[in-house]
Design a protein around this ligand. Structure first.
Ligand SMILES: *[C@@H]1O[C@H](CO)[C@@H](O)[C@H](O)[C@H]1NC(C)=O
Ligand SMILES: *[C@@H]1O[C@H](CO)[C@@H](O)[C@H](O)[C@H]1NC(C)=O
Ligand SMILES: *[C@@H]1O[C@H](CO)[C@@H](O)[C@H](O)[C@H]1NC(C)=O
Ligand SMILES: *[C@@H]1O[C@H](CO)[C@@H](O)[C@H](O)[C@H]1NC(C)=O
Ligand SMILES: *[C@@H]1O[C@H](CO)[C@@H](O)[C@H](O)[C@H]1NC(C)=O
Ligand SMILES: *[C@@H]1O[C@H](CO)[C@@H](O)[C@H](O)[C@H]1NC(C)=O
Length: 458
């Protein structure tokens, strides 16, 4: 099912190339998608797209560092593990939720500094055939705890109970194997640990070195082997994740789905609503005034809504999955709360088989700029994610990327200076966002170069 793709998902060859057609023999047409006439005729190999965006903050003294994913499928052994996992998901008839659960466990191993078994998180689960409002599963509240299992396990067990198809064991075992067999440490991780002066936390790391987590593998074995009925008994009415419907709004003839918890979703919608009021066209996006207005509106919303004070821009890992039954899943896990990071799903509200996008964003400013570069500037996944971004830091200070390319045009910067007393450089590394997209039956994905451009596509 992996169609040899894993051979090129090395760290030095990030998945920027983009486009690949899904290999099933079934055209997305609106008649088919509307229901009963749908024939799920899959010839050849199945294709699942998983994009993983990872952000981490290491607190160490005065240092606050955001890292990209250090090592995901960078080595041969790792490829084997993941390949194996996906073969089992395919054979067992797993769905996007299964893939997201299995990926979340693998990330808890491969990126221990980003997410962990104690991480909290949120999922958006959407089906584009029913097109019902996505379900939000939120396991980030203080009530979602168990004496028996860590929080991520509780959240994913609940998700599995309600939406998974494969056996629990098959979803956790690959992560246990990965912890036992080890993975390769990347240059990005070494740099970040050095920058954070966190060597005493991690020991001396060298890029290319194999790292194993013996204890974690034993823990995961134990979790994998909990019989499902017993696992589900740990979820009680008092500690279960909060299930809700996603917020839905429209923007430039697209549907945007976001979780309503925490309330950052509503603030993103408010910001987009204001921007939409300007009726910007694609031609406007070539003008400096356009970026000035985006920044001005966003800055004002930060200030009015106290965004910087209310929401911590905490750690995040993001898994976006689209499966062949048109289930879309965006999962973010995070270590800090209340957190401004969010899973996002976008669909075209005129054309059923138009652009559908699954991604995650780190904060209001990033979410706003991703949405506008995709839906106003109409950029493709690569250009949309790589477009230059501003950030709002502290009490509304505008900060600009200094070392990301492409940068804002020179004529934009004087406009930005109207919004901030002196130009501020955004702290590095910058938050990264990855995206999975489907247009008709064509899948594409892009992994942000800000996070090292590391993603996996299966
Ligand atoms: C995205 O758009 C740019 C500019 O139109 C183009 O050069 C690039 O090839 C496109 N990338 C993909 C993956 O389609
Ligand atoms: C692994 O677990 C053993 C037994 O619980 C403990 O003594 C040891 O310190 C752990 N090692 C690490 C690296 O956490
Ligand atoms: C945007 O379009 C709407 C509807 O056509 C119109 O009422 C509104 O005045 C326009 N806004 C601007 C800023 O031109
Ligand atoms: C933002 O904070 C100010 C001062 O702390 C407060 O007066 C205001 O009501 C807050 N606004 C919101 C939307 O919470
Ligand atoms: C943020 O606002 C508070 C209160 O208005 C002020 O005391 C503080 O200095 C401001 N911080 C920054 C970084 O501007
Ligand atoms: C902002 O800066 C630009 C360029 O320096 C200037 O032309 C413009 O009038 C300023 N004010 C506003 C509100 O855009």
């Amino acid at each position: 099912m992996t169609t040899g793709e894993e051979n090129v998902t090395r760290e030095d060859i990030p998945l920027k190339q983009g486009k690949k057609s899904s290999s099933w023999y079934n055209y997305c047409n609106e008649d088919c998608l509307s229901g009963s006439k749908f024939l799920n005729v899959a010839f050849g190999t199945l294709t699942i797209v998983i994009t993983i965006a990872l952000l981490v903050q290491i607190y160490y003294g005065d240092y606050q560092v955001i890292l990209g994913c250090p090592s995901w499928k960078c080595g041969h052994r790792q490829s084997r593990v993941f390949k194996h996992r996906h073969i089992s998901i395919e054979k067992g008839g797993g769905n996007a939720v299964d893939a997201a659960i299995a990926s979340a466990f693998c990330l808890a191993v491969a990126t221990p500094h980003v997410t962990s078994l104690d991480a909290e998180g949120q999922l958006l689960i959407y089906n584009h055939r029913t097109r019902l409002l996505p379900t939000v599963i939120d396991f980030s509240g203080p009530t979602v705890v168990s004496d028996n299992i860590p929080r991520l396990v509780l959240g994913l067990a609940y998700t599995h109970q309600h939406y998974g198809r494969l056996a629990w064991k098959d979803l956790v075992q690959p992560a246990a194997n990965l912890a036992r067999q080890g993975y390769l440490i990347s240059k990005v991780l070494v740099q970040a640990v050095t920058k954070a002066k966190a060597q005493n936390l991690y020991g001396h790391l060298e890029a290319g070195q194999m790292i194993t987590h013996k204890n974690l593998s034993l823990t995961l074995e134990g979790i994998a082997n909990i019989p499902e009925p017993e696992l589900y008994r740990f979820i009680q009415s008092t500690n279960q994740p909060i299930l809700s419907q996603a917020l839905k709004s429209t923007f430039n003839n697209n549907n945007i789905y976001l979780p309503n918890t925490p309330a950052i979703g509503r603030i993103v919608m408010t910001n987009l609503r204001e921007i939409e009021g300007f009726n910007y066209t694609i031609a406007d996006t070539a003008k400096a005034e356009y970026y000035y207005e985006l920044a001005r509106i966003t800055q004002a919303v930060y200030q009015e809504q106290n965004v910087s004070e209310l929401f911590h821009q905490g750690t995040l890992s993001n898994v976006g999955v689209m499966d062949l039954d048109d289930n879309y899943v965006s999962l973010v896990t995070k270590k800090d709360k209340p957190c401004s990071r969010m899973p996002i799903i976008i669909t075209d509200n005129n054309v059923i088989c138009g652009r559908r996008m699954v991604f995650g964003a780190s904060d209001l400013a990033t979410a706003t700029q991703l949405v506008t570069s995709l839906l106003v500037a109409r950029k493709n996944t690569t250009d949309g994610v790589e477009a230059p971004r501003f950030y709002i830091i502290d009490n509304g200070t505008l900060a600009i990327e200094d070392s990301h390319l492409p940068a804002f045009d020179d004529d934009v910067l004087p406009y930005f200076q109207n919004l901030t007393r002196k130009p501020v450089r955004a702290p590095e590394p910058y938050p990264s966002s990855n995206i999975v997209e489907k247009i008709k039956d064509d899948l594409s994905s892009h992994s942000d170069s800000r996070g090292g451009g590391i993603a996996s596509r299966f």
